[in-house]
Design a protein. Structure first.
Length: 432
C-alpha cells in the first residue's frame, strides 16, 4: 500500500512538472443551438458510413459533430464557448441558459468518458494530457452580460470550472463597448454603439469592478470584441493590476483595419503585461494598411480568404513580436535568438476556430471556389480543394502550413502559456 501511494505521488508530481505542448482551440461553440435553436445539436455522432456533406460556407449549419472532436489530431484541447443571447434578459434567465449548456456537455462527456474529459483547472489539463489520450474540454463563456453583478456571481462561475469570460460580445452594455464591425447587419446589432461618440465608449467603472471580481475568483478576462477605446482601457487597467490580458479571437489592425483589429501598440502591451493573443483561424484581410497591402501585392501566390489569409495574419503577428522582443521584456539586450524556452512560451500565439460562432471558414485555394485551377496531375491537401469545412480538418490545416514552412511551435506553446496564465489567476484569488 505504501509503495502504491508513493507511486501515485510520483506520478502526480511528474505530470505537474511536464509542460503541455498541444494544439488548443481557444474558443468553439458546440452548444450554440441553446440560444439559437435553428442550429443543429452539437456533439452528436453521425454514421461514419454516411458522413454529412459539409462545406466551408456553414454559418448556420452545425459542424461540431462528436466524430470530428474524437481523437482529433489537429486539436487536443477544445475551449467550449458557452454563449447566451445578446438581448436584455433577467440575470436568472441568462444564468439558466449557460447552466443548461454546461449540463449538456457534462452529460455528453459522462456518456463518452472513454474518449472525452472535462478539465476544471490547469492541473487537470496537464494530468489528462500526460496520462490519457482523451479529447479535453475546458469551459469559457462568450459574453458576460447579465452574468456577473457581484463577487458571488464570479465565484459561482469559477466553481463550474470557467477559465475565462469574453466580457463584451456584440453589443455595448454597462461594462464597456463592443466593436462595431463593417456592414449594415452588424450595425443593426449594436445601434447604441453606432451613434455614440467613440471617446464615450471606453471601459466603465462597472467594467473595472467586474474584471476584479473575476480575477478574485480565478477567472481570466478575454478582451475580444471590445471596441478600440474599451480594449485599450482594459489593457492599461489590467496591466496596472498585474492581471495578464487574454485576447482569443481578434486580428491585428494592419491587416484587419476595422474595430476588431488590435493596434500594434496594444498588441505589444498585452505581451508586456504577460498576456496572450490568439488569432482567428479563418479571416480575410480588411483594408490592410499600405505597407501590408504592398506586401500582399508583391506575393507571387496569395488567395484572399483562403488559408493564405490566416498564414499572413499569423506570420505578420509573429514577426512583429520577434522585432519587439526588447520592448516586450523591457530589456534592450534581449533578442529572439537568445530567448529561453520559458521566454519563448511567453510570446506564444494561440488560435481560435469559432466553429458555429456565426462564421464560415477559409475557402479552398484551388477549384471553382478558389483562386487557381486544379491540375489533374497534381495531388492536393483537402484544405486546398475543399476549404476548412469542419473541426475534423484541423490536422490537414496544420499539415499544409507545416509543409509550406510555417513555424507552428508558437501555436503549440500557447497551450502552456494559457495554463500558466490561468494558474496565475487561481494562485492570486482574493487579492484584488
Amino acid at each position: 500500500m505504501k509503495n502504491l501511494v508513493l507511486l501515485l505521488l510520483l506520478f502526480t508530481i511528474t505530470a505537474r512538472a511536464q509542460e503541455v505542448h498541444e494544439y488548443m482551440d481557444l474558443q468553439i461553440h458546440p452548444t450554440i443551438n441553446f440560444p439559437y435553436g435553428f442550429f443543429g445539436k452539437g456533439l452528436t455522432f453521425f454514421d461514419e458510413a454516411h458522413p454529412p456533406k459539409l462545406r466551408y460556407k456553414h454559418m448556420f449549419t452545425n459542424v461540431n459533430y462528436a466524430n470530428y472532436w474524437k481523437a482529433n489530431k489537429g486539436t487536443r484541447i477544445f475551449t467550449v464557448g458557452l454563449i447566451g443571447r445578446e438581448g436584455p434578459k433577467r440575470p436568472a434567465k441568462a444564468k439558466k441558459m449557460i447552466l443548461a449548456q454546461i449540463d449538456y456537455i457534462d452529460k455528453f462527456v459522462a456518456n463518452n468518458s472513454a474518449d472525452f474529459a472535462i478539465a476544471h483547472s490547469p492541473q487537470e489539463v496537464r494530468t489528462l494530457v500526460h496520462t490519457t489520450n482523451k479529447t479535453i474540454i475546458v469551459y469559457s463563456i462568450e459574453g458576460g452580460r447579465n452574468l456577473i453583478h457581484s463577487q458571488a456571481d464570479a465565484d459561482f462561475w469559477a466553481s463550474k470550472g470557467v477559465a475565462f469570460i469574453t466580457l463584451v460580445h456584440l453589443k455595448d452594455y454597462e461594462v464597456g463597448s463592443s466593436a462595431v464591425m463593417p456592414g449594415f447587419a452588424k450595425h443593426l446589432l449594436n445601434l447604441k454603439g453606432v451613434f455614440r461618440k467613440e471617446y464615450k465608449r471606453g471601459l466603465t467603472d462597472v467594467g473595472r469592478q467586474t474584471i476584479l471580481w473575476m480575477a478574485n475568483s480565478g477567472i481570466m478576462t478575454d478582451i475580444t470584441h471590445m471596441n478600440d477605446k474599451t480594449r485599450t482601457d482594459a489593457i492599461a487597467f489590467m496591466n496596472s493590476k498585474g492581471l495578464p490580458v487574454l485576447s482569443t479571437h481578434d486580428g491585428i489592425k494592419p491587416l484587419i483595419n476595422q474595430p476588431r483589429g488590435i493596434p500594434l501598440t496594444d498588441f505589444i502591451d498585452i505581451y508586456k503585461g504577460g498576456g496572450l493573443v490568439s488569432l482567428p483561424i479563418s479571416t480575410g484581410t480588411y483594408k490592410p494598411l499600405e505597407l501590408y497591402k504592398a506586401k500582399i501585392d508583391s506575393m507571387p501566390c496569395y488567395c484572399e480568404g483562403s488559408i493564405d489569409s490566416y498564414k499572413l495574419l499569423y506570420q505578420s503577428a509573429n514577426n512583429y513580436l520577434h522585432k519587439n522582443i526588447a520592448s516586450v521584456f523591457a530589456d534592450s539586450t534581449k533578442t529572439y535568438s537568445g530567448l529561453t524556452q520559458r521566454e519563448l512560451t511567453d510570446i506564444a500565439i494561440g488560435f481560435q476556430t469559432d466553429f458555429n460562432g456565426w462564421t464560415s471558414h477559409h475557402r479552398p485555394r484551388y477549384g471553382k471556389k478558389g483562386c487557381y485551377k486544379i491540375n489533374p496531375d497534381s495531388s492536393y491537401n483537402p484544405i486546398d480543394i475543399k476549404g476548412l469545412a469542419h473541426p475534423g480538418m484541423m490536422a490537414d490545416n496544420w499539415n499544409l502550413l507545416q509543409k509550406e514552412g510555417v513555424d507552428l511551435e508558437p501555436i503549440k506553446r500557447a497551450s502552456e502559456k494559457f495554463l500558466l496564465m490561468w494558474q496565475q489567476f487561481l494562485n492570486n484569488r482574493g487579492k484584488y
